[in-house]
Write a protein that binds this ligand. Structure first.
Ligand code: SF4
Ligand code: SF4
Length: 283
């Protein structure tokens, strides 16, 4: 089965995956496993890289993870193809796929499976793609050859903490872009200063793992899904031009249109390039 999975993932351009015993994973949502009839077996951890050349756009106003289509769609498509193939090959085994809404602690499992180390920025740092990976996993009752290693940490240079604006603004900038409702004047000023309408990559950008992956040009995702329809710079015009289906495929959709619309309105009202072009200005 491992050879079959290797061939399948190779065809999908997924090069970071590794099996780990389910018994080595921290189960946080047991009901998700119970629902699938799985109590023991193997977890195949996957780290899918998503950083594309579009993420290097100097005008980018979205976090890199939000430039391509939502990764939940990627895993949905992947498992929709993989699970029936596995069930056909091994009908007496159970198989389930997860990403994000997972029964296990994904970050720790990925580190134990040897896919990377855990950074002080709270993310998995892989050698090829740094932290620009989305985690997902196949869980099966099949017992595959699998080993769990120790969780290793990053080199601990502290650059992420030093660069992080959290102390100054009192909250994570990424969380601030996702806050619902009206922003205070101070919060609006923070968003404008950092120029993001969704998310924050500062603690990833400054990390030496990222610098090395960019320098060596290994950072770019070979997975076609993440190169389709990239939007590195979102505008009100683009947002309003998206029908519900297009909008629901973006990573910022879960918060609803109004939150990101509010951020865009703020950014565009204060964009000096728009002043004099019939757009409102800030004063
Ligand atoms: S996402 Fe930004 S604000 Fe949040 S922890 Fe990282 S650097 Fe700090
Ligand atoms: S910036 Fe340094 S301390 Fe922070 S995650 Fe990267 S290697 Fe670790």
């Amino acid at each position: 089965m491992l050879q079959f999975l290797t061939n399948f993932f190779q065809k999908k351009q997924i090069d970071l995956f590794a099996p780990i015993p389910l018994s080595s994973c921290e189960v946080r949502k047991p009901y998700l496993l119970e629902r699938e009839g799985i109590s023991s077996g193997t977890v195949v951890m996957i780290a899918a890289p998503y950083f594309t050349r579009a993420c290097l756009s100097p005008n980018r106003n979205l976090s890199a993870y939000a430039v391509s289509r939502d990764y939940h769609g990627f895993y949905r498509e992947l498992f929709a193809e993989l699970l029936p193939l596995l069930r056909e090959r091994l009908p007496d085994r159970k198989f389930a796929g997860f990403a994000d809404h997972s029964p296990i602690a994904e970050l720790q499992a990925a580190a134990r499976a040897g896919l990377g180390v855990i950074g002080k920025n709270g993310l998995l740092l892989t050698e090829r793609y740094s932290s620009y990976v989305f985690l997902g996993e196949l869980i099966t009752t099949a017992e595959l050859p699998a080993a769990a290693g120790e969780i290793r940490g990053c080199v601990g240079c502290g650059k992420c903490r030093k660069a992080c604006p959290m102390d100054e603004i009192g909250t994570c900038l990424s969380a601030l872009t996702q806050k619902k409702g009206a922003l205070t004047q101070e919060e609006s000023a923070h968003l404008l200063r950092y120029g993001s309408v969704w998310g924050c990559d500062i603690c990833q950008d400054v990390c030496p793992y990222t610098e090395a992956a960019i320098r060596k040009e290994t950072i770019f995702s070979p997975i076609p899904y993440f190169s389709v329809d990239p939007i590195p710079r979102l505008t009100l015009e683009k947002l309003d031009g998206m029908n519900d289906e297009a909008f629901s495929a973006r990573a910022y959709a879960w918060r609803g249109r109004e939150t990101i619309r509010r951020n865009l309105l703020l950014a565009e009202q204060n964009d000096p390039q728009k002043v004099g072009k019939g757009e409102p200005c800030s004063d």
